[in-house]
Write a protein that binds this ligand. Structure first.
Ligand SMILES: Nc1ncnc2c1ncn2[C@@H]1O[C@H](COP(=O)(O)OP(=O)(O)OP(=O)(O)O)[C@@H](O)[C@H]1O
Length: 611
């Protein structure tokens, strides 16, 4: 590695470390400093115990008067109990400090992982829909679970063990210098070689870790995709093929993880090799000095003991260097994810929404996913429509015409690229988004239920709702009877994504939720198109009750459901091409009339016109 590259790396490292300190470590600084203190005690005690080798050998074997650490004189008659007593005393201090260090590091580390995971989730759940849609949810999951742990490993275990072994190393070198500076000089000659090894392995680790993180993302994406699409996989007999596909991702991930683990594991032996060369050089030199009578057996043994211990600590520090490299790579990625600013901006001074019924309107809006681009037609062009309280306005038209996109614009899942959406006459970009969304209830074709009780699913988002209110909402949604027939009634769990309920039952739970929300604006996205005739009749009746007095904008593929709408807008390729009531549009003989004819011919949506 060239010097300028190292400087660049250091330059980029400083703000990163500063941010890790500011955002995560500083709030745990007492625990961090306490654990570093414990680590320091462990490190220094480990080195100090080795210093007892010299008085032990000289006092016990040679019977000469000795001084422990040059401070406490021990006569030969007392050496037999005094030196072991010192060792036991040091062992007690070491053990207490090591236990304290472990307990603190565990709490600190997992506390930091928790902080990171909460922040990441917060950023994810608040991110624009556009961004969430642009990345598979597996990528977020792997970041929350995998990357956060790499940061923990580096900045708790890493920092604390670094301190411990770094201090052992410093203490050992200080003792060596104190007992023989010439020998220490020989030892220090090996430092540049070891530094070189450290840097090379850190670089390799960074590369392998980046690869491992990407492949972990791919793996969790593949796993989630398989679980989501399990029915398709089974019906197409693709289990073995999917196993092979996941196997490939596992293999690729394994290669990166092995590379990273190799760098971690190999850095130690490499630096150990240099350490052993140094030991050999010291042996030769110290042996020669001992023969010449300039060194006692005890001094020699203590020196070699210290050297071995220095080698061990050096190996640990080398390993930790790679752990730090991993943690920094993960931290960079996490911060990049946390720093993405939402494009849906909150108004600086939001206006208040008037209470009561509200009119919603689209005034000459255009919209393109990812922004307008030259030569690419926008998804919606110059669309205007109004829905007054108590009115039902329907959107119909060929698949891909832009119906769902219009519904996404009202709660500001996306912002229009031109024109304005207004609520009660106010541009929705001038409203506080939570207030806006409070006024809108959305019932979709595939309503989502949490794996919680039916009651919790109905009250989702609302606090202090009474059982009577829940039941009233369920009755209005024609859901009460089926819910009470379930084994635990309202306390029955809905299963993953509500899968223990039928489509019609899920739909009615979602309608009950909308009844409780009691919002003035109602968006219905093909709310009955996935149901059989019996369920549809129940859901349709519940929806009609729900629509009363509200401004309802609905998407319908089955024209039978929009025959009573106050207005029907026919959307084709992002433009409104016809507007009127069912009767007017049939009479007009245009696209709507064609769709109506097709549907009355076979009674089911045709592939050409609807999804
Ligand atoms: N998240 C997205 N990113 C990019 N393009 C999208 C996205 N969602 C929809 N589109 C595109 O926008 C166009 C309109 O889609 P939209 O879902 O609004 O149509 P639709 O009329 O509701 O269709 P359908 O009746 O099939 O549900 C389509 O061409 C679609 O490919």
């Amino acid at each position: 590695m060239t010097t300028p590259a190292v400087t660049d790396e250091d330059e980029r490292l400083r703000p990163l470390l500063a941010r890790i300190w500011r955002d995560y470590l500083s709030r745990h600084k007492t625990a961090l400093f306490a654990s570093i203190l414990c680590a320091g005690i462990v490190g220094v005690v480990a080195a100090t115990v080795l210093q007892l080798l010299e008085p032990a050998i000289n006092g016990l074997f040679l019977g000469t008067p000795v001084k422990i650490w040059g401070l406490f004189p021990i006569p030969p008659s007392e050496a037999l109990w005094a030196i072991p007593a010192f060792i036991v005393g040091m062992a007690v201090i070491w053990t207490v400090a090591a236990l304290g260090q472990a307990a603190l590091v565990n709490r600190l580390g997992h506390g930091i992982v928790g902080d990171i995971q909460i922040r990441l989730f917060g950023a994810m759940i608040r991110a624009d829909l556009a961004r969430l849609r642009s990345q598979h949810s597996g990528a977020f999951v792997s970041s929350v679970l995998f990357d956060a742990n790499l940061v923990r490993e580096a900045f708790t275990n890493g920092v604390v063990n670094y301190t411990q072994h770094g201090l052992t190393l410093i203490a050992v070198i200080a003792f060596m210098a104190w007992s023989d500076w010439q020998l220490t000089l020989i030892v220090l000659l090996g430092v540049p070689a070891i530094t070189y090894v450290l840097r090379r392995f850190s670089k390799r680790t960074r590369k392998a870790t980046t690869g491992a993180m990407l492949e972990t993302e791919n793996l969790s994406t593949a796993l989630m995709e398989n679980l989501d699409g399990v029915r398709l996989i089974k019906i197409e007999n693709r289990e073995a093929a999917e196993e092979a596909r996941v196997g490939e991702v596992v293999g690729r991930r394994q290669r990166h993880v092995i590379k990273s683990a190799d760098s971690r594991a190999f850095a130690g032996p490499f630096s150990n090799f240099f350490a052993m060369v140094i030991v050999a050089a010291v042996m030769a030199y110290a042996g020669w000095r001992a023969r010449e009578g300039h060194m006692s057996v005890g001094e020699f043994a203590a020196f070699i003991g210290l050297l071995m211990s220095a080698g061990q600590s050096l190996r640990q520090v080398t390993n930790l260097q790679t752990v730090m490299a991993e943690g920094l790579t993960a931290a960079r990625r996490l911060f990049a994810a946390l720093d993405i600013q939402p494009e849906i901006r909150e108004a600086a001074e939001p206006q208040a929404i008037p209470e009561g019924p509200l009119t919603v309107a689209l005034n000459g809006i255009s919209f393109a996913y990812g922004g307008l681009q030259d030569g690419v037609a926008p998804t919606l062009s110059d669309v205007s429509l109004t829905v007054a309280p108590g009115e039902t306005v329907a959107l119909v038209g060929p698949s891909g015409g832009g119906k769902s996109t219009i519904l996404s614009l009202l709660p500001r899942f996306y912002d229009v690229t031109a024109g304005a959406v207004t609520l009660g006459g106010i541009d929705i970009r001038d409203l506080a988004t939570p207030d806006l969304r409070d006024r809108i209830a959305l019932v979709t074709q595939e309503p989502f239920l949490f794996d919680d009780t039916i009651a919790a699913n109905i009250t989702y988002g609302r606090e202090s709702v009474t059982q009577d209110e829940i039941e009233a909402a369920a009755r209005a949604a024609a859901a009460h009877d089926f819910i009470t027939a379930l084994p635990q009634g309202y306390q029955t769990r809905a299963g993953e994504a509500g899968m223990r309920l039928s489509g019609g039952q899920r739909q009615r739970v979602a309608i009950a939720r909308a009844f409780l929300k009691n919002a003035p604006i109602l968006l219905l996205d093909e709310a009955t198109s996935a149901l059989d005739t019996e369920s549809e009749a129940l859901v349709q009746a519940a929806l009609e009750r729900l629509m009363q007095g509200r401004a309802t904008l609905m998407i319908a593929h089955r024209l039978s459901t929009v025959m009573n709408a106050d207005r029907i807008h026919v959307l084709e390729a992002g433009r409104i091409v016809e507007t009127g009531t069912h009767k007017q549009l049939v009479k007009k003989g245009g696209l709507y009339a064609r769709l109506a004819r097709q549907q009355s011919l076979d009674g089911t949506p045709s592939v050409e016109t609807v999804a």
